[in-house]
Design a protein around this ligand. Structure first.
Ligand code: NDP
Length: 332
């Protein structure tokens, strides 16, 4: 039998395990024009939370009692596909949370296990790496000697943003949720400094001290009060790529904070939200650059690998508890 994870009910507030259901179905069989895929690595991502709500967004919501989907690396174990996919190939795609599934090949990309570790195609060479690179370079417009502040700094996107910022000559300051992550940012990822937002009594003051020249770029992964504290330290002509707002994803009512328009006006700042797909046409060039940096060891990455198909929902929930360093991935 084949295990599948369905959306059991729509989460209210913070998601729980009971929002998911693991069921068994008959093993699928590839028909003409199809491939049979065995799931190898599953990406769990904060944005999936938004798809669990029944609300209109840039991607349709997940349906109740239907499989959840996310970025997956799978092995082709049978192919009745005419051309492209052979048994033994590895592919990446937005696939169902199933141990085995068939696909027509649409939306699947072959990935090469000899180039980099397969899981890297879900992180640094996948959606999160592209988000980091394109959000920073297209909206953040970093210049040498500028100060770049990143929230959610020790996560999949944040760790890559910081390293690219350093490569482009910025002073890089990370904000994260534990002392271990602060240490990791400074050692492995070469951030100039990092702040633990959970233990710092006055975040606004801590950012001011860490950024004596003010903040030129704020790469925002979390929103909320952390971003309020950064905003009060921005420089004239600051750029603020708004990548995510994980601190607000589980809110059941709208959160209110300082009215930010006066700061944006008086600092002539540019605040721009984005979805990585906005830059679709730049994916090949961005992937090429990230691959070069990775191979030349100019960037590195961390992964938190959880083992076992049944643990996919818990790994997703753990994102909201900060239990990951770098990319959260489930190995099947
Ligand atoms: P991460 O790997 O950063 O994992 C989430 C991290 O968020 C946790 O480890 C935790 O770290 C932090 N966090 C959780 N809850 C809170 C909270 N209440 N306040 C502050 N921090 C919190 O995830 P990703 O790198 O994959 O994603 C980062 C952000 O980027 C998300 O908001 C995501 O939605 C967004 N995103 C946007 C994309 C786009 O196209 N715009 C594409 C991909 C991601 P800590 O221990 O530091 O608290």
């Amino acid at each position: 039998m084949n295990k599948v994870i369905l959306l059991n009910k729509r989460p209210v507030g913070k998601p729980t395990l009971s929002d998911f259901k693991i069921v068994s179905e008959e093993m699928p069989v590839a028909k003409d024009g199809e491939v049979l895929l065995k799931t190898v690595y599953v990406s769990v991502d904060p944005y999936l939370r938004g798809r669990m709500n029944d609300s209109k967004s840039y991607v349709p919501p997940f349906e109740l009692n239907k499989p959840i989907q996310s970025g997956i690396i799978a092995e082709v174990i049978d192919s009745k596909h005419s051309d492209n996919f052979k048994k033994g190939d590895f592919v990446s795609g937005n696939l169902d949370w199933k141990e085995y599934q068939v696909s027509s090949g649409k939306g699947l990309y072959k990935v090469d296990e000899n180039e980099v570790k397969l899981s890297a195609y879900l992180g640094v060479l996948g959606m999160t790496g592209l988000t980091a690179y394109l959000g920073l370079t297209e909206i953040g417009l970093p210049k040498k000697d500028e100060t770049l502040v990143i929230s959610g700094a020790a996560g999949a996107v944040g760790t890559i943003v910081g390293q690219i910022g350093k490569l482009l000559g910025c002073k890089v300051v990370g904000i994260t949720g534990s002392d271990e992550k602060v240490a990791l940012l400074k050692s492995k990822f070469r951030f100039d400094s990092a702040i633990n937002y959970k233990t710092t009594p006055d975040l606004k003051e801590a950012i001011k001290n860490a950024c004596p020249n003010g903040v030129d770029i704020y790469f925002d992964n979390v929103g909320g009060e952390i971003s309020d504290a950064v905003l009060s330290n921005i420089n004239k002509y600051a750029r603020l790529p708004v990548c995510g707002a994980i601190s607000l994803y589980n809110n059941t009512t709208a959160a209110f904070g300082p009215r930010i328009q006066p700061i944006i006006v008086t600092k002539s700042a540019t605040m721009r939200g984005f979805i990585v797909g906005d830059f679709f046409e730049k994916f090949p060039a961005a992937t090429k650059q990230l691959t070069v940096w990775l191979k030349e060891k100019n960037i590195t990455y961390s992964e938190t690998i959880v083992e076992g198909f049944d643990n996919i929902p818990q790994a997703f929930l753990d994102l909201f508890e900060g239990k990951n360093e770098g990319k959260m991935i489930v190995k099947i």
